[in-house]
Design a protein around this ligand. Sequence first.
Ligand code: CIR
Length: 259
Amino acid sequence: MLLPPFTHALARRPASSLANGLTTQRHLGPPNVALAMQQYDAYLDALRACALDVTILPPDERFPDGHFVEDTAVIFRNIAFICRAGVPSRSGEAESVASHLAHLHQVTIEGEEGTLDGGDVLFCADRVLIRLSARTNREGAEQLRSALRAVQPDLRVELVSFSGILHLKSGLNELAPGVLVLAPALHLHHDLSFAEILTLPPQETYAANLLPINDTLLIAAGFPTISALAEKYYTHIIPLDMSEFEKMDGGLSCLSLRY
Ligand code: CIR
């Protein structure tokens, strides 16, 4: 197995400035901050229901996207690769995350060039996919590849290009070992024949961001196709209302780091 079972999660409580975050989903309207906080508490409860030891960093008003902690680091066994955000408004978010992960061997991006968002990195089957995007450039991706290979020299790390969606994991995730769920909005030119691919209907694009945690699956509530698929593979399923985070381009995986 590529990743050992998860025992911990790291999250950051959203700042009250969360509606000022970046989004491509303005047509959904601004998020309701009070409702977002309720949905966030339910998310933390779900992590705890998976028996994870959950650490919650305090909100930081400087960072309206700061609760999307997944983008700040990539954890692989004993290393934490500390990301450099692909957008200026998010640079600085990784600092407090790195301090919390001080017990891991930390690798930071060298030089001025490289950027990488953790949402563009997917561990699936026997390999790691890193998506080149507006947020993640080749230099950042290559540095992550080297860091991962320092841990496991024969690890397959593939760079993937596509358009149509913010992060790789906004549109592609591993439902069960070797089974990937794909959002049709994602225009992907990459050989995924190593896995079985389940493509969601267009109206369920958002539900492609699902989150397996050991023997439990977290899914966004209100999407019948993903709900039926979840039941095929899991007995423990936690549907969560994510409407306010969807308005800010964020999904289940974005709201925590699991390790
Ligand atoms: C952003 O645009 O950076 C945030 N509003 C959403 C980040 C979502 N993170 C993720 O998909 N890993």
